[in-house]
Ligand binder design. Structure first.
Ligand SMILES: Nc1ncnc2c1ncn2[C@@H]1O[C@H](COP(=O)(O)OP(=O)(O)OP(=O)(O)O)[C@@H](O)[C@H]1O
Length: 932
């Protein structure tokens, strides 16, 4: 038995440990032949995650090394699982063949190097990426303000000291740069070269930006991780510790490169030190994931939150901009309703536009012009869209070309995309000539560089149907290169000669079943069935005996084989050279491809929005500077689609902050009406129309005039946020606190039920005070749906408040929802009728009706709407009102008598047969006697 030895102490293990030492926080996948192996704790960790067996490298060793492996060709699926579970994976490849290792000087062990590090924020493979979504790595550099606000548990004060409306309005007009940043952040998508930097003044802004970007990985100091987890809840992506640039090899040059990239973007404003640091941190991390390669970085842009309508995480979620609240799916969201893009680039751009609508009327107008030009041009638009279908993800392909990972088939896809471009340009030119001004809006222009040169090169060089991998060749046309053509001919000629030898020898020997065959051990040989071996010439050399045949080689065959093999090897090597040259050309055209890709994406988005506008009857909204809002016959883009054409009831809305708007305009609507009446729908439709208008889209209405909105706040629905440890009421109050603290006169605020999660009077009091605050202190455009009819009393007290209600038609105790908004407060709530529609049992409903009748009788006797809500309440008046309406009357009766009375009230005499009536009387008598 061999003596036990230490299996970790072998050359291969030493090589592994050296690599692992450089990537201590990653799982190292170590290529060994046809497998990627993982060792030590990596193997133990990933075994159960990937559901693969953990064995040991050398069972006889004193201390066997745990080992787990996956086949090299199946690595994609395993990588995906690991990355989705938040692991970082370093892939160590064999950089030479074992033969090469044996031939060269130095240690004979195959050289291995990490060729890429796969992390959630540094993904390139199509199988890991979603075409319509960006894949951001965000680097966060907290400023002194964040450090002061975030404590060790990640909690922050609920009411930021700088966030109230007063201080904001005072600061208006002053240079904001004076305030220190809460954080600078940079977002880099290495798969598409998108690189953005921004500064956030408040933690709320930072949270909103993170919700908008929805990064896959955040690189931030460990001290911020608890806050990020608490803030982002279940949506929190992978967090990686990254403490500034201290660890970077050359921080100064990184900062210099970042500044240079920023200047190329030509944004104007100087890049702050924190912002440059954030961008450099992201860049350093991303580059470290692609050792030895160059990232495609076109430019660094600055995103200025103050130039955009801010949709924070709450509004994105509540208004279902990208996903529905119910099931988190895209279907049923706003983006689903307006996305008719044909390309992944277009889908990502529309997503970016919807996440950050504009506040620049001219820029919005430019987008509207683009849509307007494509309206009423359904044939041309359909042709444009059908050509756009051939356009692949040009920017992601360009990024892959720069990183050296593009495949022949992907180069083919790039060729197909570029081939579609001239016809797109042609269609746009045709559109231009058809316009009265003979001029195409600038936003639709694809530019002058359509990369025809690159397209020609790809057409000339690549075969028609290139293979998925370059390894085995077959991707380059012979016509592009004399050397390749010659070697291929030689290889092919060799094969023809082999066939000639076969037929010649058959004739010469008379062995008709003789065959020339090939295997890897003997190369080419002649195979003769046993029955004919007597006819074999003496100069043939026998190489192998099989059961039924003998195999021979001849000098001629051996010589030919060497030539064929050489020619094949040379042809393949030449093909690889040519492919690499082509890839480099595409890589060099990276920046041009990104510019063209951006133009194609814009065209795609605008054509899609034009289609939606035409098919669904959207109009061009007018954007104004004044804080007004006037929508005629507005519709909810999603509910309308779900209900089907013609079934949605349009509604008008008119709101105006301060002294703007018509005499009828109010700044705050109190909306009452029954459940299911359409209160939420009308509020949401106003917000969605406003958002679409700021995106540059047309809107579902007969006409719309919308004054710029800096932020849409929503307090709608009441979902427990158990993921973040808050109750329903707490979430409601937290969201309301944010609104009160941050809303400005330019904001749009939607409140759907406030205070319903607590005792009636507490809730009413809070709702009342919040309404007053928004009206008096903030003055923003507000819509407040409520079942507190008492709030309708505010109209008489506050000049900017209007009561409206959603109308219903009542007939014989049954109601029909008209979904029409009408002036004035609602008469009743119809909760019981809605309960009936929902299928509550008749008996329960009759009981509820009796309770309601008595409550209303009590109300008539002492109306709460006449309570003086401003008078100080007497100390003994502080408790909750009794909510049992039957308490007083029931006290006069025994429980049995009250029960009997209730049953008599419940019964319908017309429905009773004489026998039922008699049975009822017996039953009632029995109950009364039993209760005595
Ligand atoms: N304008 C409309 N035209 C047609 N159908 C509508 C309209 N508005 C609402 N509806 C329909 O009525 C349903 C209920 O609307 P909504 O949720 O807005 O009622 P609500 O008054 O807010 O109810 P609750 O008080 O219970 O929240 C919607 O799902 C939709 O199907």
């Amino acid at each position: 038995m061999p003596a036990p030895h230490n299996s970790a102490d072998s050359p291969v293990m030493r090589q592994f440990l050296a690599i692992k030492g450089r990537y201590p926080d990653a799982i190292v996948m170590f290529r060994m032949g046809d497998f990627y192996e993982m060792f030590f704790e990596d193997a133990v960790t990933v075994g159960p995650v990937l559901d693969i067996a953990v064995t040991s490298r050398d069972k006889n060793a004193e201390d066997p090394v745990p080992m787990a492996g996956v086949p090299y060709h199946a690595i994609g699926g395993y990588l995906r699982t690991l990355v989705e579970r938040g692991f970082k994976v370093a892939i160590a490849e064999q950089m030479e063949t074992p033969e090469e290792a044996r031939k060269r000087k130095g240690p004979k062990i195959v050289r291995r190097e990490v060729v890429r590090v796969v992390t959630p924020g540094a993904l390139l493979d199509e199988e890991h990426l979603s075409g319509g979504e960006p894949n951001y790595l965000v680097a966060l550099v907290p400023g002194p303000r964040a450090a002061a606000l975030i404590d060790d548990d990640g909690r922050e004060p609920q009411a930021p000291t700088d966030g109230n409306a007063k201080s904001k309005s005072k600061a208006k007009g002053k240079a904001k740069a004076a305030a220190p940043l809460a954080a600078a952040l940079a977002a880099l998508d290495i798969s598409s070269s998108e690189f953005v930097v921004m500064g956030c003044r408040r933690l709320e802004d930072l949270r909103a930006e993170l919700a908008r970007l929805s990064p896959r990985e955040i690189l931030a100091p460990a001290s911020t991780h608890a806050w990020l987890r608490a803030s982002l809840g279940p949506e929190c992506p992978a967090l990686t510790t990254g403490d500034s640039l201290d660890g970077a090899a050359d921080p100064a040059s990184l900062i210099g490169r970042v500044r240079h990239l920023y200047e190329e973007g030509g944004t104007g404003l100087a890049l702050g030190a924190d912002e440059a640091e954030a961008a450099a941190t992201a860049l350093a991390y991303a580059e470290a994931t692609q050792p030895g390669q160059t990232l495609l970085l076109h430019r660094l842009r600055r995103h200025e939150p103050s130039r955009h309508l801010i949709l924070d995480e709450t509004s994105l979620r509540n208004l279902e901009i990208f996903r529905t609240l119910r099931d988190g799916q895209a279907r049923g969201s706003l983006s689903w309703a307006v996305d008719r893009t044909q390309t992944s680039m277009g889908a990502r751009l529309l997503r970016a536009w919807m996440g950050a609508p504009l506040l620049d009327i001219a820029a919005i107008g430019a987008r509207q012009d683009g849509i307007a030009a494509l309206l009423g041009e359904s044939r041309l638009r359909a042709e444009l869209q059908s050509r756009l279908k051939d356009v692949r993800d040009v920017v992601r392909l360009a990024a892959r070309a720069r990183l050296g990972t593009i495949s022949p088939r992907q180069l083919g896809a790039l060729r197909a995309s570029l081939q579609a471009v001239p016809s797109l340009a042609q269609l746009l030119a045709e559109l231009g000539t058809r316009r009265t001004d003979k001029c195409l809006p600038a936003i639709l222009d694809l530019g002058t560089d359509l990369l025809a040169d690159l397209c020609k090169r790809l057409e000339a060089t690549l075969v028609d149907d290139p293979p998925a991998v370059a390894r085995d060749g077959g991707m380059i046309r012979s016509s592009v290169d004399a050397v390749l053509a010659e070697q291929r001919e030689l290889a092919a000629g060799g094969r023809t000669k082999l066939a000639a030898i076969e037929s010649r020898e058959r004739e010469a020997t008379g062995i008709t079943s003789l065959k020339v065959k090939h295997n890897n051990v003997f190369g080419y040989f002649l195979e003769v069935p046993k029955a004919h071996i007597k006819k074999v010439p003496t100069n043939w050399v026998r190489k192998q005996t099989l059961v039924n045949a003998e195999r021979y080689v001849t000098e001629e065959l051996a010589g030919l084989e060497a030539k064929v093999l050489d020619a094949q090897t040379l042809a393949l090597a030449r093909e690889h050279e040519l492919f690499e040259a082509l890839r480099r050309e595409v890589s060099d055209a990276g920046e041009r491809l990104v510019t063209l890709g951006d133009a194609l994406a814009t065209l795609d988005v605008l054509a899609g929005l034009a289609e939606v506008a035409e098919v669904h009857d959207f109009v061009r909204p007018q954007l104004l500077d004044a804080p007004e809002l006037e929508i005629r016959e507005g519709r909810h883009p999603v509910v309308e689609r779900m209900l089907g054409a013609g079934r949605f009831v349009p509604n008008d809305t008119e709101l105006a902050a301060g002294t703007h708007g018509s005499a009828d305009a109010a700044r705050l609507w109190v909306i009452t009406g029954p459940n299911m009446g359409g209160k939420s729908t009308v509020m949401r439709q106003v917000a969605l129309i406003a958002i679409l208008a700021h995106v540059g889209s047309f809107v579902p209405a007969a006409s719309a005039r919308i004054g710029l909105i800096d932020r849409v706040f929503t307090r709608v629905g009441a979902a427990d946020d158990l993921g973040r440890g808050d109750s329903t009421f707490m979430v409601e109050m937290r969201e309301t606190a944010q609104i009160v603290a941050q809303a400005s006169p330019r904001s749009l605020v939607l409140l759907d039920e406030i205070g319903r999660g607590t005792a009636t009077f507490d809730g009413l009091a809070l709702a009342w005070a919040i309404t007053e605050h928004l009206h008096d202190q903030v003055g923003c455009r507000t819509m407040f749906a409520t079942h507190y009819h008492e709030l309708c009393g505010l109209e008489a007290r506050l000049a900017g408040v209007r009561n409206v209600h959603v109308a219903v038609h009542e007939h014989r105790g049954k109601i029909v929802f008209l979904h029409r908004v009408e002036p004035g407060p609602a008469g009743r709530s119809y909760g019981i009728q809605v309960g009936r529609l929902a299928g509550l049992p008749a008996r329960l409903l009759r009981r509820a009706q009796r309770i309601l009748d008595r409550l209303e009788a009590q109300e008539r006797a002492a109306p709460s709407s006449q309570l003086d809500l401003f008078a100080p309440r007497a100390p003994d008046d502080q408790g909750q009102a009794t909510l049992d309406p039957l308490a007083n009357s029931a006290a006069a009766l025994s429980p049995a008598a009250a029960d009997v009375l209730a049953e008599i009230e419940d019964c319908d005499p017309d429905q009773l047969t004489p026998r039922d009536a008699q049975a009822l009387i017996y039953r009632l008598c029995d109950r009364l006697r039993a209760g005595e």
